[in-house]
Design a protein around this ligand. Structure first.
Ligand code: HEM
Length: 514
């Protein structure tokens, strides 16, 4: 027992010594003012791991929000050896994206970059440069720009109708509905069809392959994140421990996408979808920018694994808020009934005439942003107010905190769609004022690297939520949906995803628009 106490004291002295030593190093090396500018404030840290422990407190976005309310909206942290700056207010986000967007237009090596696993050729993590510009142009013209979205409307309408039919079926059989799972399936099928003209989910057992790969790569992503955040010798060790797993998951990705590519190549007839354009660019020896097969595969992985997840989470949050707020539910349903009627299913061309539905979706993304944090890298030193951020620092925007910033939003924690109705938004004001207003709403990020899928996400959410409200009454056990949040890292998820039973609203099924 005495020996144990002795060891305890020794450890204690050692810890105190390390803390004081680290504090000294910190004030000597990191806290030095530069040309009158200081580094942003930093909370106390632990030797070696720095502020890593602060990120482990779940949900991450909330613990960072709490820190920023104590230390300020611009924080400087050190995660092991990686310097990170956290932005938590609308005014700081405005300062960065208004004048310094180009300097934060790369993500740099993201924390889950791994040459074996995702490869360094992923579009999302590629630096701002020729590769990114070439792929972005293809993405906009072939998949996500306004004209491309009009061309692919029929595909989405077809999948929405099939989804409606499957919900009808579940209602008849009194089967429970888990919105997240069902909508994940719907959005994967829709995006697949838009990219390559067919649904990935149903053919060749791909539905299961996609599901398993998504969950395996999520858990591997966490391990790679841990490895990349560690100091050099530990990083090497951790990465070699996961090497086999990284190679196995990477091979499964490669096999899946190679099969999809070969199948598309064998189709013979040249189409106009994104996949055709990517394969044509790959085969073109005189292309302005030469892409590899691996570039195509990692882009497919970016689109097929990240996008459906965000849309499914957002739909689940939307239905939870609608069910928990009967007055909002009633107003939404009245709007849909009066514009669309009770006989045919809602379609994308109805959305411009449904301002309240649009406001509900916007408010869901404000209060429950599916991506709570997004990351960039400073390519040059940034000056923000009286602070400076050194070159090559990770800049993480806490979207969740920015969109609940009480200095920018009235009643920030309340679900109030009416704040997004035209009557509540001031249309007067200078250009600067309007940009400042836009930069407090960041569910899709901002600037050059903002989400190119925002328009698709809006129509997808508006029609899916619209159909669910138009077609069914949603019942749960208990009075309210439990909206307790969780999330490690980027994603905002529910601790208790609700299970609903459905009652069909109309006597006859709604007719289709095709
Ligand atoms: C509710 C749904 C969605 C949300 C909340 C969301 C959110 C985001 C956010 C916050 C970013 C980072 C932006 C930044 O750094 O400024 C992003 C990037 C991206 N998103 Fe989305 N997204 C959604 C749906 C989609 C869809 C449907 C697609 C495409 C099918 C898509 C494709 C992408 C791509 C390719 C990037 C990387 C852009 C780049 O690095 O240049 N997202 N998204």
């Amino acid at each position: 027992m005495a020996a144990m106490i002795m060891v305890g004291y020794e450890n204690c002295f050692m810890l105190i010594f390390l803390c004081l030593f680290s504090l000294l190093c910190y004030s000597l090396f990191f806290k030095k003012p530069k040309n009158g500018f200081d580094l942003p404030p930093s909370p106390p840290f632990i030797p070696i791991i720095g502020h890593f422990h602060l990120l482990l407190s779940i949900p991450t976005h909330k613990s960072l929000q709490k820190l920023s309310s104590k230390y300020g909206p611009l924080l400087h942290l050190r995660i092991f050896n990686i310097p990170v700056v956290i932005v938590s207010s609308a005014s700081i986000a405005y300062e960065i994206f208004k004048t310094q967007d180009l300097n934060v237009s790369s993500r740099g090596p993201t924390l889950i970059d791994d040459p074996i696993f995702a490869g360094s050729s992923s579009f999302i993590s590629s630096p701002y440069g020729d590769h990114w510009k070439f792929m972005k142009k293809l993405l906009v013209t072939k998949l996500l720009g306004p004209q491309a979205l009009v061309r692919s409307r029929q595909n989405r309408a077809y999948e929405l109708e099939r989804f409606y039919t499957s919900l009808l079926d579940k209602a008849m059989k009194e089967e429970r509905v888990e919105i997240y799972k069902d909508v994940m399936n719907l959005s994967t099928k829709s995006i697949c069809k838009m990219i390559m003209g067919r649904s990935c989910s149903e053919e060749n057992g791909e539905k299961e392959i996609f599901k398993n790969l998504a969950s395996d790569s999520n858990s591997l992503g966490d391990k790679i994140l841990l490895g990349n955040m560690s100091r050099a010798p530990f990083r090497k060790l951790l990465m070699s421990l996961f090497k086999k797993e990284r190679m196995v998951v990477s091979k499964r990705f490669d096999d899946l996408f190679e099969r999809i590519l070969v199948e598309h190549e064998e189709k013979q007839q040249q189409g106009t979808d994104l996949m055709d354009a990517l394969l044509a660019a790959y085969r073109d020896d005189n292309a302005v920018y030469k892409i590899t097969r691996n570039h195509i595969k990692t882009l497919l992985a970016d689109l097929l694994f990240a996008a459906p997840e965000s849309s499914a989470q957002a739909t689940q949050w939307a239905m939870a808020e609608i069910i928990n707020n009967p007055k909002i539910h009633k107003r939404l349903r009245e709007e849909i009934d009066s514009v669309v009627g009770k006989t045919r299913l809602i379609q994308e061309s109805d959305v411009p005439n449904l301002p309240y539905l649009q406001a509900v979706v916007k408010e869901v993304l404000r209060l429950h942003p599916p991506a709570t944090l997004f990351g960039r890298k400073s390519e040059a030193e940034l000056r923000i107010g009286k602070f400076y951020v050194p070159e090559h620092t990770s800049v993480i925007v806490n979207v969740y905190a920015v969109m609940r910033d009480p200095d920018s939003w009235e009643d920030p924690d309340e679900f109030k769609p009416q704040r997004f109705l035209a009557s509540s938004i001031s249309s007067s004001g200078q250009e600067d004022e309007r940009r400042e207003q836009a930069l407090k709403y960041l569910p899709f990020g901002s600037g050059r690297r903002a989400c190119p899928g925002a328009n698709l996400a809006y129509v997808f959410l508006e029609t899916t939520v619209g159909m669910m409200v138009q077609g069914f009454n949603w019942r749960i056990n208990g009075d309210k949906v439990d909206t307790e949040e969780t999330g490690l890292g980027l994603a905002l998820t529910m601790v208790h995803p609700p299970k609903f039973t459905l009652v069909v609203r109309t006597l006859n099924p709604l007719t289709f628009n095709l």
